[in-house]
Write a protein that binds this ligand. Structure first.
Ligand code: AMP
Ligand code: ZN
Ligand code: ZN
Length: 402
């Protein structure tokens, strides 16, 4: 009998140890590009609704400019675009004359020069010996101080959402020793439908249901593996309807040869060509209908933006729903856009945190998205970054009280 017990103990111990290991929660940051906060109330996303009910949720204020790259980097660094170095989707830098950073310009977008002003959470984690894996996230393809996530992939929009989820589940299936403790996953489809068809379209609604199903698969897949998740589901910004009857054409105000349009759309970033500063400034800095132009140093303090040398000299912000153009549009104006003032309620973004680390049923008042990095660090046992713009105190209500 004693021998049987001894054998049983020897056989069972590794399983018991494995089961214990398998229960260590993995923090998963899910980014749904352009998922406006109130999309959650459309009744089209049952899995997200269930997670919100079982966790903490609330509308989240994006950082200005309400664009993809600056906000994705703010979420993982805890620093606003002025301080995280990704001050726009498109940028110029006086230290790199004649070149422009943009999403489509891989030579610049993948150059660490642009990303090294703030440390993303996956790097902080790796430095602390915590394994990380990124199934897409702006900045995750770029080395920071020579380091990268243990697993990462070069962004490819053609990789479907099913494949993105399956890749993440494969990482969760690994033995504990090589399983990530922190992972990201990113979906672009809701934003793409929002731009092309507008936030109130059937196409956006279909994309919401599709992404919801993928998140359901992620939750179910992790549950089947016995891996608990601390899920943090966020969007970078919202979406607002635009159309070609609400356009501000810069061509009527300034001569195109006299400036570089670093950015156009809901806001315009204008860098005058040397020697023409005064003419460009004079034409723009007076009152206009449906847009406000200021020198970068005169932007309202609440935007926390304009000190970085990468912000162009003159910034024009359109009235909500209006589009600033410099010549013919690159994309059709009719549809949806983001990039407006971050006080615009239609720029508010999704936030849901659900898992063993988080409070159940907590409803958060609007908070700034830079607090998310502090929340991620807390779930990973990393110390709070005193230098960050976002504080854990701003999202304390999302955490389970101990
Ligand atoms: P926006 O122009 O602000 O609407 O940016 C959204 C676009 O960014 C989507 O169409 C994505 O395909 C694209 N995107 C997202 N992540 C990346 C990345 N890591 N590299 C390049 N493009 C990206
Ligand atoms: Zn976006
Ligand atoms: Zn977008």
């Amino acid at each position: 009998m004693r021998l049987i017990l001894l054998i049983a103990a020897l056989v069972l111990t590794p399983f018991a140890a494995q089961a214990k290991e398998a229960q260590r929660p993995v923090t998963v940051l899910v980014g749904i590009d352009g998922f406006r906060a109130d999309y959650l109330d459309r009744g089209l996303t049952p899995r997200l609704a269930a997670l919100a009910k079982d966790g903490a949720t609330g509308p989240m204020r994006p950082s200005f400019p309400t664009k993809t790259f600056p906000n994705h980097y703010a979420l993982v660094t805890g620093k606003r675009p002025d301080r995280n170095g990704i001050s726009g989707n498109s940028m110029i830098d006086p230290r790199r004359p004649g070149v422009m950073f943009s999403l489509g310009n891989a030579a610049q977008a993948l150059d660490p020069f642009w990303w090294n002003e703030a440390e993303p959470v996956w790097i902080t984690a790796e430095k602390a010996g915590i394994r990380t894996a990124t199934m897409f996230w702006p900045g995750s393809e770029v080395a920071f101080e020579g380091k990268r996530p243990s697993d990462w992939l070069r962004y490819d929009q053609n990789v479907g959402n099913v494949q993105r989820v399956n890749t993440l589940i494969d990482w969760l299936r690994r033995p504990a020793a090589i399983r990530p403790a922190f992972a990201t996953i990113y979906f672009d489809t809701v934003d793409t439908a929002g731009h092309r068809f507008g936030p109130d379209s059937a196409e956006v609604n279909a994309s919401l249901a599709e992404v919801d199903a993928r998140i359901g698969e992620l939750v179910d897949g992790a549950a089947a593996l016995g891996v608990p998740l601390n899920l943090v589901i966020v969007a970078d910004h919202g979406m607002r309807a635009t159309d070609d009857s609400r356009v501000i054409q810069l061509d009527g105000l300034i001569d195109r040869a006299s400036y570089v349009p670093v950015e156009t759309g809901p806001y315009a970033a204008i860098e005058p060509v040397t020697g023409t500063d005064n003419r460009v400034a004079e034409a723009l800095l007076k009152p206009h209908e449906h847009m406000t132009c200021t020198r970068k140093e005169d932007l309202p303090a609440r935007l926390h933006w304009g000190r970085n040398p990468r912000v162009a000299a003159i910034i024009c912000i359109a009235e909500e729903g209006w589009t600033i153009l410099a010549g013919p549009p690159v994309y059709p104006v009719k549809g949806g856009a983001h990039g407006y003032d971050n006080a615009d309620p239609e720029m508010l973004a999704l936030f849901i945190a659900r898992g063993p680390a988080f409070a159940k049923g907590a409803k958060l008042p609007v908070f700034d998205n830079v607090a998310v990095a502090a929340l991620l660090r807390a779930t990973l046992g990393l110390p709070e970054d005193a230098d960050a713009d976002g504080k854990l105190a701003d999202v304390k209500a999302a955490l389970k009280s101990r």
